[in-house]
Each structure stands twice: as C-alpha cells, then as structure tokens.
Design a protein. Sequence first.
Length: 500
Amino acid sequence: MTKTVNHWIGGKTVEGTSGQFGPVTDPATGAVTTQVALASTEEVDAAVAAAKAAYATWGTSSLAQRTTVLFRYRALLDAHRDDIAALITAEHGKVHSDALGEVARGLEIVELACGITTQLKGELSTQVSSRVDVSSIRQSLGVVAGITPFNFPAMVPMWMFPLAIACGNTFVLKPSEKDPSAANLLAELASEAGLPDGVLNVLHGDKVAVDGLLNHPDVAAVSFVGSTPIARYIHATASANGKRVQALGGAKNHMLVLPDADLDAAADAAVSAAYGSAGERCMAISAVVAVGAIGDELVAKLRERAEKIKIGPGNDPTSEMGPLITAAHRDKVASYVTGAAAQGAEVVLDGTGHTVEGFEDGHWIGLSLLDKVSTDSDAYKDEIFGPVLCVLRVDTYEDGVALMNASPFGNGTAIFTRDGGAARRFQLEVEAGMVGVNVPIPVPVGYHSFGGWKDSLFGDHHIYGNDGVHFYTRGKVVTTRWPDPADAPAGVDLGFPRNH
C-alpha cells in the first residue's frame, strides 16, 4: 500500500477527504514512493478555521510564551537536522550536504524569531504637546498563509512561519506537492516544542488549495516564493481580495567578471553557484558576463571544474549533484541546451545525455556550459532552473551593467574584481535587490531581508529580517493626554499638592 502524506490541522494529522492525490517521486530512481492528499475547498476552510480559532488566544499571548516555544523548537530542529535533510533528499533529490545547508539557513530565521522581543519594541515620544504623549506599536494580523516551492521544502517555509507566529499570527502553510514530507515534520516538531494546536497548520494541495487561500476572507496576508508568472498571479489575486502580499518570483542572476578578477576564484564560485543543488534555486548564477579579453580563459576554467563534478543519488556521500525534481522538468531543461547552437551559442558542455549506472530511470541531467550566448536566445531570456550556465561576452564594464540592467529580472547579482572602486560603482548602479562582491550567491543572513527587484518581487516587502517583521504586523499609533493629578476632582485625594 502506498504511503500517504496527509494534512496537519489543529495539531494533528488529518486524512485527506477530497479523494484527490498527487504522486511523490524519488528523483534518483524515478519511482513513485508516496502519494500526497490534495485539499478540497472544504479542507482549506477547515485549516483556516483551525488557525482562526487558535488566534483568539495566541494573538494575545505574551512574548515570553512565544519565545519559550521558539527556543524549544530551535533545539528540536537542531537535533533533527539529519531527519529533515533525509526527507528533502528522498523527495527533492539534492545531495545530503545541500539539504543540511538548507536546514541551517532555515534555522537562522528561527533564531531571529527567538529574539522577537527586541523586534517588536515600539516607540514613544513624550510631551509632544502639553501633557500629550504619542506611542507607536506593532500588532499581529491574524491568520496568514504561506505558499512555498519545491526547491527548498524546509528552508523557505522556515523563512515565513517562525517570524509570523513569533509576531502573534497563526499560519497555514501550503508546501509544494512534489516534496511535502519535510513540511509535516517541521509542524510535528513545533507541536512537540509546545506550540498550541492550530497555530501552525500544513495543508497540501494544488491550485484548488492555493486559490482557496487567496480568496478566503479570514486570511489576512499571503507569502509566496516561486516562479514569476505565479508570483504575479498570487499578487494580483490576493491584493484584489484586500490581503497584503509578498510574492517572490523568478530570476536570471548575473555574475560580472572584470579583467582584474582572480579567475580561479571566479570560476570556482561560478561553478558552485550555477550547478549547486542542480541549479534548482532562484539565487543560482545562470549567466556569467565576461568583460574584455578574459572570456576564453574563464570559459576554459569553468569547463575544467564542471567536468569534475560527480553526479549521483543524493544519499550517496560521494555525490556532488543530484537529479532534477521530475522527468518533465529534466526534459524542459535539456531543451534549452539542445536548441542553443541553433540560436548562436557555442555548446562547450552538453549534459543532456547523462545517466547514472544503476539508476537509469532517475531524472538525470549533466552539467551544461554555453558560451557566446546572445541576449535574445531562449537560454538567456528564460529562467531555466537547472544546471545550465550561460557565458556572455562584453567589451566594457558599462556594457556589462547595461546588459544586466536590461533583464526583466532583478533578484541577485555579483561582481568579481580586485578593485574596490569598481565594486562600489557596481553595487550602486546594478538594478537588483541583492548584490555580492566576490560572493556569488548573496543570500542575506537572517537579520537582513531577502528579496529582488523588477519581475523578481511583487509587493512592497522583502522576506524575513526587518521587512518580514513589518509584513507580519501592522502599526498603530496611540496619542494620549492625561490631566495633571493636581487637578483631580474635589473629594479625590491622590496625595498630590494642589498648587494651581
């Protein structure tokens, strides 16, 4: 009998009742190992109702109560790192070290949430007028929802719900149906840490569940990470329903390599950033922009390093890159490589025929490297989301920045140079939300916020950090006037001298 991943609602496992299920595949073997229950509209309503009921008490709980739970939760997550990583590898396919890294980055936000007491401090101005004080406070929203992608089934949910619940909200998480098990374990550990029933709920599903959350009148806010077309849809639909939205979309991240750069360091960084986690991450470097005459030497170094990367099952400790999430995605990624030469690129490495002995039915693809790619080619214009690295050639720094700024995406970017002045100009002139200087994947630490520009972000708030706290709370300003106690009504003695 096939194992079923069910919902987690109101602090317990709840079996799906829709009769609809989705397959969960081991990408290394191609075998369906699990099925996941897909929620109906009625099940969406049940999850939101559980969260709304829990908010009645959690929304007024003390900061001490919330942080006590979060500190316990952090300890449990730390103790179960390998268990969470194993689920990620089994359903997503990424190698165990990548999965452990994902858990570690998610833990950063749990740690940030543990310090929510300082993040939620308000402001006070006294004596703005005679005996008038003004204070500003931040309060929770109510029920909030998160819709998360397949590529980071633990980290991205942890970018959302720990801060949301620390701020006093309750949460409904709709993870990807392709790799759902990690989300359930995260919820079970939160319950073990003492999180009250209904504060964190996990609802599995497809578009029915997503639309149910976007249209539900009791959901106050929606967080999303995924592709740009879906991010645009999430933002438009939820905003039309009066909800606040942070919707992080796709990317085409560029790495500008100047002629003075350490080319060995740049090649190491580009290979790691392009092919790590099989390129299935929105911060992957997918376009290297080589300035001046360094292009040939840089491409040779990229090829040399890429050819040494070992591809294999994620649970094999010798593997450096695993399979792609599905066979359909593997075929789509391959199409960009097979069509590249016809659109003017030089195919330096073609990984489309790669297989792994003993795992021939897995969703395998090798590393591909395309040189002299044009900006009007499909391989450049689209977010491939796989292990394909494009190299573009430009004559000058200005040409490189202009090329990058012409992209509709503005998620992350990087420059490799030894020149501080060039780096300073770049960080001010490039149109992207996250910039790395000799750092290929500039994902901010937890206490700074993550988010892009242009078609990489819809909504006004980035995720986690200060932006995350502001997104999950709303401001209130209180203006207070108290009479002087010496002016108390006759017959009321407060012990103050009547001096006027």
